[in-house]
Design a protein around this ligand. Structure first.
Ligand SMILES: [Mg+2]
Length: 259
């Protein structure tokens, strides 16, 4: 960890869930930490891989926790995917998304028959044979696959649930094509977040609770990364991992003391 000083940080990328809030409340010290970063004039973005909410509803959720976050500072997998599609010239798409996150893609033309891109997010129980077969045929007809992330499973109250990675991997296997994965830890996600901030990777520090998605992804993109011991942090997982955070802190509350 020698040689790493936050005094030189020109921007911060914060993960939201597990860093700034856990469950239904803000992490103690999170509000103060954000305000401190702002008082130094350091720009920040607030990142998430969630594909179930639009930026508007994410913003409503985090401000309800009292977090001083602006909507334009939230950088989600949908933000990155929209940037990617704009770079591709706003092609016709087929979106596998629920109504709310679909709002973030309102500017793009859609096609039910011959899209250039199929964008896959979480649609819960809507997946069935007919739907996966429809997407398969679109891909055979030339459509490229964009996965908002490639998560394997996630935890809900009743237990573990299959995530969209299973369908993405299935479609890759069936078509022989490789999906472009947009969410963390993909390089695209961090590249577009940096583009949105107008800063080079060497100037920006990621703060996250996920050793792979946040720390590994950011470091691969050329950024320094701080792991917090809140949210999904587990000491054993970090000890087993080849990924070494540049710094580990107890929680976001420790950040102002380091800047
Ligand atoms: Mg997190």
């Amino acid at each position: 960890m020698s040689g790493f000083s936050l005094k030189k940080a020109g921007g911060f990328l914060f993960d939201l869930d597990g860093v700034l809030y856990v469950g239904d409340r803000a992490v103690p010290g999170a509000v103060e930490a954000i305000n401190f970063v702002r008082s130094k004039g350091i720009p920040c973005r607030f990142t998430t891989n969630t594909t179930t909410r639009s930026l508007e509803s994410l913003h409503r959720k985090v401000t309800a926790f009292g977090l001083p976050v602006e909507k334009k500072e939230i950088f989600s997998a949908t933000t990155a995917a929209a940037m990617y599609l704009r770079h591709k010239g706003s092609p016709a798409c087929f979106f596998m998304l629920t109504e709310d996150p679909l709002k973030d893609f309102a500017e793009f033309p859609t096609s039910e028959t011959k899209p250039q891109y199929v964008v896959i997010g979480d649609v819960g129980k809507r997946w069935d044979y007919d739907l996966i077969n429809k997407v398969f045929n679109m891909m055979v007809d030339g459509a490229e696959l964009i996965a908002l992330h490639k998560g394997r499973y996630w935890q809900v109250e009743e237990g573990l649930r299959v995530d969209i990675g299973a369908f993405v991997a299935g479609l890759e296997f069936t078509t022989g094509k490789t999906a472009t994965v947009i969410g963390k830890p993909s390089a695209a996600f961090f590249m577009y977040a940096l583009e949105d901030m107008g800063l080079p990777a060497g100037k920006v520090v990621m703060v996250g609770d996920d050793i792979n998605n946040d720390i590994g992804g950011a470091q691969k993109a050329g950024m320094k990364a701080i792991l917090v011991k809140t949210g999904k942090y587990r000491e054993e997982l970090v000890a087993q991992s080849d990924i070494k955070p540049n710094l580990i802190i107890e929680s976001i509350a420790d950040l102002p003391g380091l800047i």
